[in-house]
Design a protein around this ligand. Structure first.
Ligand SMILES: Cc1ncc(COP(=O)(O)O)c(C=O)c1O
Ligand SMILES: N[C@@H](CCOP(=O)(O)O)C(=O)O
Length: 429
């Protein structure tokens, strides 16, 4: 499968090149040349298939033969070695728990998958690759964990100083080896802009091979479609119409769900649930895309003012607003509403959510006011990653899982930077 740049000013390229480059030379996001729906029998019999088989069938058109079938299957098997349970909240709402991986956030899927694809391509590539990552909280930890010790790969994580949770910071600053954390005096969008600027810097790219492990990279983005299919497998016999409420920041996760839908997965509707960072909510109201500086919230991983993947979402809907409006609703919530939702989930349903999942729950409830469906909100991170907020709201101690406990006492190591020149200087050192 070839990929083209959504800016349309760069040559089409292979899966390998798109993964190794991250971003196209014209600064555009790569997009598959075609998306061929799977045979309807795939969905008719999905409950008889293993998660690995579902994932393999769903993604192989984008990757094989550049990665041979047997290698791709192994990559998927190693990536998906944890559970994706769907938990019923009430008759109309369930939650898909995406926090059972090593760093307890949905990013584990994409990060582990991409690390293995890059590892495969690196076997024949003698040059080291520098993987740049901008994180508002969870991508950094998942990528650090997924890429730790991968030969020929050096990971540089940029995160906004003081704007990620303590546990998220530990996860991305304490591993050492081939992982370095750069603490940026700014917000997430500054980190993301610096990463994109690095790709356009000829001096830098002539001296080193750079790629990105954010969802701009297709190998990080596409595998996120897997668990929408796993959800359908679990709920198909119970509900006719299934919609997804996705807590959204950079919009990579929801956009991957839309690829699953293009592949034929029967999804009735998507709900983009946002915190105060409401660029897309405003777009859906005004048809004007007006990115704004990100605002700090208690669902910090969604503090994104200029979501990278919105352009892919538009493309998936033929750049037609009316088509998009039929498939996507979006809502924005304040921190107080998020806290109220956390408490409601705990008191009414005995479910301890994290602030991002709570925003997803609010999106599900708002959609259901005027629509009929069973809505699955994505619980995108484990509540203990946001311990202070969660314990304060539900007034109860939450036990720490072993993955979180393992990083609690480690010492943070980071390098402070203030500008793109600092980043460039660091990379050229
Ligand atoms: C816990 C959590 N929820 C939601 C999001 C938003 O996901 P996306 O950026 O794919 O929209 C993130 C960050 O990506 C996250 O870490
Ligand atoms: N919310 C993310 C921001 C980056 O998103 P990505 O999916 O493009 O990597 C984070 O937690 O870092």
């Amino acid at each position: 499968m070839n990929y083209y740049s959504l800016n349309k000013k760069a040559p089409n390229t292979t899966f390998e090149n798109a993964v190794v480059r991250g971003l196209a030379p014209d600064k555009g996001l790569y997009f598959p040349e075609s998306i061929t729906p799977l045979d309807p029998s795939f969905f008719e019999n999905i409950e008889d298939k293993s998660n690995v088989d579902i994932a393999f069938e769903a993604i192989k058109q984008f990757i094989v033969p550049e990665i041979p079938e047997d290698v791709l299957k192994t990559i998927i098997k190693e990536t998906l070695n944890f559970d994706f349970p769907v938990v019923k909240i009430n008759e109309r709402i369930s939650t898909l728990e995406l926090f059972h991986g090593p760093t307890m956030a949905f990013k584990d899927v994409g990060a582990r998958f991409m690390a293995r694809c890059l590892g495969y391509f690196n076997k024949t590539n003698t040059n080291d690759v520098a993987v740049l990552v901008a994180t508002s909280g969870d991508t950094g930890g998942a990528v650090a964990n997924g890429f730790l010790g991968v030969k020929g790969v050096n990971v540089v994580i940029l995160y906004p100083s003081g704007k990620v949770s303590d546990i998220q910071e530990k996860q991305l600053t304490t591993l050492g080896q081939n992982i370095t954390a750069l603490e940026v005096d700014g917000v997430f969008d500054d980190c993301q802009d610096m990463v994109k600027q690095a790709f356009m810097d000829k001096e830098l790219t002539s001296k080193m091979q750079l790629t990105s492990a954010n969802s701009i990279n297709i190998a990080r983005w596409l595998p996120q479609l897997f668990y929408f299919m796993f959800t359908y497998k679990q709920l198909k016999s119970k509900y006719t119409d299934i919609a997804f409420s996705v807590p959204s920041g950079n919009f990579g996760n929801i956009c991957a769900g839309m690829v699953a839908q293009k592949l034929g997965l029967p999804i009735k509707h998507f709900i983009a649930a946002n915190n105060a960072n409401d660029t897309v909510v405003n777009y859906m109201l005004s048809q004007t895309y007006n990115p704004k500086p990100s605002i700090q919230t208690i669902s910090n991983a969604m503090d994104v003012g200029n979501p990278s993947n919105f352009i892919r979402i538009q493309k998936l809907h033929n750049n037609d607003f009316e088509t998009l409006k039929k498939n996507l609703s979006s809502f924005s919530y304040t921190d107080d509403q998020t806290k109220t939702a956390l408490l409601e989930l705990y008191k009414d349903y005995n479910y301890v959510a994290d602030p991002h999942g709570a925003v997803g729950y609010l999106g599900a409830k708002d959609y259901l006011k005027n629509n009929d469906a069973h809505v699955v909100f994505l619980e995108t991170a484990h509540p203990t990653k946001f311990l202070d907020v969660v314990e304060e709201v539900i007034e109860k101690k939450v036990p720490l899982p072993s993955q979180i406990e393992a990083v609690m006492d480690k010492t943070k190591v980071s390098v402070k930077i203030n500008s793109y020149n600092d980043l460039k200087g660091f990379l050229l050192r």
